[in-house]
Structures are given as structure tokens and as C-alpha cells.
Design a protein around this ligand. Structure first.
Ligand code: MEV
Length: 319
């Protein structure tokens, strides 16, 4: 049997992280420049349920039975077996390759889940629809932190820029024009579980203050949606920076993230902020063609571990 493979992109949250967990809207974009690829090879002579997992980048080479119940890969496979009413999945070798930095706010975990769910469901002859893939990946996300909003699995599965609000239908965003972002990795590990727990704790201690933060972020997100729809990049830049000010008050930034954001702004970025869970991870800076390379250089000089540029376009091919 030939190998079967599936891919899934990384993601970045443009605005609205954390507030989205509390019911506010948020905007997320896929980053197809960074990919996870999962390849499945049949192991025809091994008994069913014999599953070897190989992920060279994280030094993983294990039998599924050796992984803890709460391991996200084991969880994804057991959710798939349940979905298909199988007591065991067929014997297989699962190879995972990803160029998405881990714990950097770019959705590496959700990307592995989505690619794995797609690859395994195809391997057993029942490729799942995007809604089903996203729903299973959402269940796996609960391992990473107990109250995921669902934004990561959704944008990574559907691969389109979208407005996400818990309990409402997602809205794909029709961009008036393409725009450029520079993404810079601080090299500090970001634990979404820890930052989500910290925010929950602080929200419980200061509910009015945090509700104001969430509401104000929600307003920025709606303004950003409009800015994207009319192609007002200067406005979008200011909104990113305003979002960052609130995230900073919520103690989600770090001195290193602040340095990178400062370097981007001083070299002409239209706006910049952390992206994802925060407490480390990546920043995003909105740039135009004039200042793009200057911002890149400034971020490298400021000590970013990795810096790369992405152009965000309508995924329907219009621009
Ligand atoms: C993580 O990418 C985004 C957070 O808002 C958590 C979530 O939405 O589940 C921090």
C-alpha cells in the first residue's frame, strides 16, 4: 500500500487572543509557509493496534502503547478509533515532520493534530470533512489547556483568514488587499496552558478590570475586521499596537517580546504585538513594502531567534 500523507499549516492570531476564551471575537490567519506533514505507512504483518510514532524533530520514536493516555497524539488516535467505532486502528507507522516552532504561539500542536487526523482517516479509507477534523482536533486541544476557544483548530483546519467567536458560525474574511507581516520568534517558550490559567486566575481576582480588557479587545477586533475589509493598513497597524497595550496590562508580554515590538516599531512597522498565548513565543509586525526589510533586520539585531515574512492574501485567489 502506498504511503498516505496529509499536511496542515501553522497559524497566527492577528488580534483577540485570550479575550476569545471569554466569548469575544478574534481574528486568525493560516501560515501555509510553515507546515506539518504526517505520513502513514502500513505495517501489514503487525497485529492491528500496533502503531509506531516517529517525530525526529522532537526525538520521538515510540509505540503508541508507550505514550501516556494524555499524550496529544495518543488522544487524537483514540478519538479517531472511537469516531469510527474501531476497537483498534490498523497497524501503521506514523511519521511526523513539522517546521513550526514548538511553544511559540503558532499552533504547532493543533497543526499536528489536524494533519494526523486527516492522514489517519484517509489511511483507513474514510477521509473526514473539515468540520469533523476540526471537531476532533478541538477535543485534543483540551489537553493543551482545559478551556480552548477553538480558534486554533478552526483556522488550521480551514486554512483561511477568519473571524472566530465561540458559539457563532466562523466568518471567512474577504480581504480588500493583501498585507505583509513579519513574524519573529523570541526563542522564549510560550505555554498556552500557563498563560490561560494565569488570565483565569487574574480574571477571578479582578473580574471588572479583566472584563473591561476583554470587551476592549473585542472592540479592537471588530474595528480590525473593518480595516481588513476596506484595506486600511495604517488603521490595522494601530489596532495591533492597541491590542498589545492591553495584553501588556494583562502581563502576557515579556521584556524580550517588548524589545522585539519596540525594534519593529522604531524601524517603521505599522503596528506590532505578541501572537498566541504570550509569555514568550512570537511577535507579529505589520509592514509595508518600503519598511519590510528594515523591520526584518531590526528584529534580527534585537535578538530574534527566527524572523520570516509572510504575505496574507485572500485564500479564494482574488488578491
Ligand atoms: C492560543 O493560540 C489562543 C488563546 O486565546 C487560547 C485559545 O483561544 O484557546 C490564548
Amino acid at each position: 500500500m502506498p504511503a498516505i500523507f496529509a499536511t496542515a499549516p501553522a497559524k497566527a492570531i492577528l488580534l483577540g487572543e485570550h479575550a476569545v476564551v471569554y466569548g469575544q471575537p478574534a481574528i486568525a490567519i493560516p501560515l501555509p509557509q510553515l507546515q506539518t506533514k504526517v505520513t502513514i505507512l502500513a505495517s501489514p504483518i503487525a497485529p492491528s493496534g500496533t502503531i509506531q510514532i516517529l517525530s525526529p524533530a522532537i526525538g520521538l520514536d515510540a509505540q503508541i502503547t508507550d505514550l501516556a493516555e494524555e499524550h496529544p497524539i495518543k488522544k487524537a488516535l483514540s478519538l479517531l478509533a472511537n469516531h469510527f467505532n474501531l476497537s483498534n486502528l490498523p497497524a501503521m507507522k506514523v511519521l511526523i515532520h513539522s517546521d513550526i516552532p514548538v511553544a511559540a504561539g503558532l499552533g504547532s500542536g493543533a497543526s499536528v493534530s489536524v494533519a494526523l487526523i486527516r492522514a489517519v482517516s484517509s489511511f483507513i479509507g474514510h477521509p473526514l470533512h473539515d468540520e469533523q477534523v476540526s471537531a476532533i482536533a478541538f477535543e485534543v486541544e483540551k489537553i493543551h489547556h482545559s478551556t480552548p476557544s477553538g480558534i486554533d483548530n478552526t483556522v488550521i483546519t480551514f486554512g483561511r483568514s477568519l473571524l472566530f467567536e465561540h458559539g457563532k458560525a466562523m466568518q471567512f474574511i474577504d480581504l480588500k488587499e493583501a498585507f505583509d507581516l513579519i513574524i519573529a520568534d523570541s526563542g522564549e517558550k510560550s505555554s498556552t496552558r500557563e498563560t490561560v490559567e494565569m488570565v483565569r486566575h487574574d480574571f477571578q481576582n479582578a473580574p471588572h478590570l479583566y472584563q473591561d480588557y476583554f470587551d476592549n479587545i473585542g472592540i479592537l477586533v471588530k474595528q480590525a475586521l473593518f480595516a481588513l475589509q476596506i484595506g486600511s493598513m495604517n488603521t490595522l497597524g494601530s489596532l495591533l499596537t492597541e491590542n498589545q497595550l492591553i495584553l501588556n496590562k494583562m502581563k502576557l508580554s515579556t521584556p524580550k517580546l517588548d524589545d522585539l515590538i519596540g525594534a519593529a516599531m522604531q524601524s517603521g512597522a505599522l503596528g506590532a504585538k505578541l501572537t498566541g498565548g504570550g509569555g514568550g513565543g512570537c511577535i507579529i509586525a505589520l509592514v509595508d513594502s518600503i519598511n519590510s526589510s528594515k523591520v526584518r533586520d531590526a528584529l534580527t539585531e534585537a535578538g530574534a531567534l527566527g524572523v520570516f515574512s509572510v504575505t496574507i492574501k485572500n485564500q479564494n485567489g482574488i488578491n
